[in-house]
Design a protein around this ligand. Structure first.
Ligand SMILES: Nc1ncnc2c1ncn2[C@@H]1O[C@H](COP(=O)(O)OP(=O)(O)O)[C@@H](O)[C@H]1O
Ligand SMILES: [Mg+2]
Length: 332
């Protein structure tokens, strides 16, 4: 599906509104001596929607809250504030059977495929389990379904008799993708699914995501710290900075008209994103910095007025939203 077909006003697969995920601070001695807060919002007032059939990239440096959002979307965390809607259903505080019933529709692929596969289970068992747990197919049809999924993810059918230690990282990630697909989900969240793999297989796995997504039309949220990957794969890109969504726009907009100074900094350092903070200045400190724009301490466009409160998301046209009081200075 081409980006233009993801109508802006089509009903979303998932809508996240004002989401707050709060964690207890992992307090070191330094933090205890300084005093300060005992909790912080790893995800703070974040709103966005995932449109049917799109690939939405979630980018930002390490610690910005990407994984936390991804897990929250699958209701692996309990939101502190805000809401999460899956199609027409409010799932923010869903529990018990109602939550179990929607789980098959929402799947996650993790960075490290080994962490999500039991080393004592054959690939066949790994793939059969979700089918049997959710009572999706007659036991006679399990193997047919497994063979079909293995073909879809580009693995020989005979691999179902293998165990995780008999396979390479790329092959294991194909299994993890197959397991995410086997219950016909509506949404997959893939959390840096190629960053632990050998460079030589990354492109193959990215292409597998691209193929599967195009063929099945599943909505995909693709978390990455690598903007080149996001550019290759995503229809839209959402940029996170310390728990805040700071910019979201179609991929071409992000690369041709990045308005947020953080996005511009990321693009300027596209060669070494992920190898450390790309910016000068102290990063936002959730224990001591409470007010104002979280990017203030590093921002080249900052004004005193940016310290009053964190800027709200504002629509600037072209399906482009941004949280910056000074974005007009960048829009030349
Ligand atoms: N379970 C947790 N308990 C406490 N703090 C957490 C937990 N998970 C993540 N964090 C903190 O939340 C912030 C965001 O983490 P994360 O979502 O993993 O970021 P990213 O995926 O962008 O690297 C980080 O400061 C991290 O240390
Ligand atoms: Mg992460």
């Amino acid at each position: 599906m081409s980006p233009t077909q993801h109508a802006v006003d089509a009903p979303s697969v998932m809508a996240v509104d004002g989401l707050v995920i709060r964690f207890a601070l992992r307090r070191g001695i330094g933090a205890m001596l300084r005093g300060g807060a005992s909790h912080f919002n790893a995800v703070d007032q974040v709103s966005f929607a995932v449109r049917p059939g799109e690939v939405l990239g979630l980018v930002g440096e390490s610690g910005s809250g990407k994984t936390t959002i991804g897990k929250a979307m699958l209701r692996l965390y309990e939101p502190k504030e805000g809401s999460i809607r899956y199609r027409h259903q409010d799932i923010t505080h869903l529990g018990g059977k109602a939550l179990r019933d929607i789980r098959p529709h929402l799947q996650m692929v993790f960075q490290d495929p080994l962490s999500s596969l039991n080393p004592r289970h054959s690939i066949r068992t790994a793939l059969a389990t979700p089918l049997l747990v959710h009572d999706r197919v007659h036991p006679d049809q399990v193997d047919g379904r497994i063979d079909n999924i293995l073909r879809q993810v580009g693995l020989p059918v005979a691999f179902k008799h293998r165990f995780p230690h008999e396979m390479s990282g790329g092959q294991l990630q194909r299994v993890a993708i197959g397991r995410a697909l086997i219950l016909d989900p509506s949404l997959i969240v893939a959390d840096e699914p190629v960053s632990k793999l050998d460079v030589s297989v990354r492109a193959k796995i990215l292409n597998l995501f691209k193929d599967i997504q195009a063929r099945l039309g599943i909505a995909l949220v693709f978390i990455t710290h690598d903007l080149r990957v996001a550019r290759y794969l995503c229809d839209r890109i959402a940029v996170m900075y310390f728990g805040k969504l700071v910019e979201v726009a179609p991929t071409r907009e992000i690369f041709t008209r990045p308005y947020h100074p953080y996005t511009r900094a990321l693009l300027g350092t596209i060669q070494n994103v992920g190898s450390g903070p790309p910016l000068a200045g102290e990063a936002f400190n959730p224990t001591t910095d409470r007010q104002g724009c979280r990017f203030y301490s590093r921002c080249p466009m900052r004004k005193d007025s940016c310290l009053h409160s964190h800027p709200p998301m504002e629509s600037v046209g072209n399906d482009h939203r941004i949280a910056c009081y000074e974005w007009r200075s960048a829009a030349i």
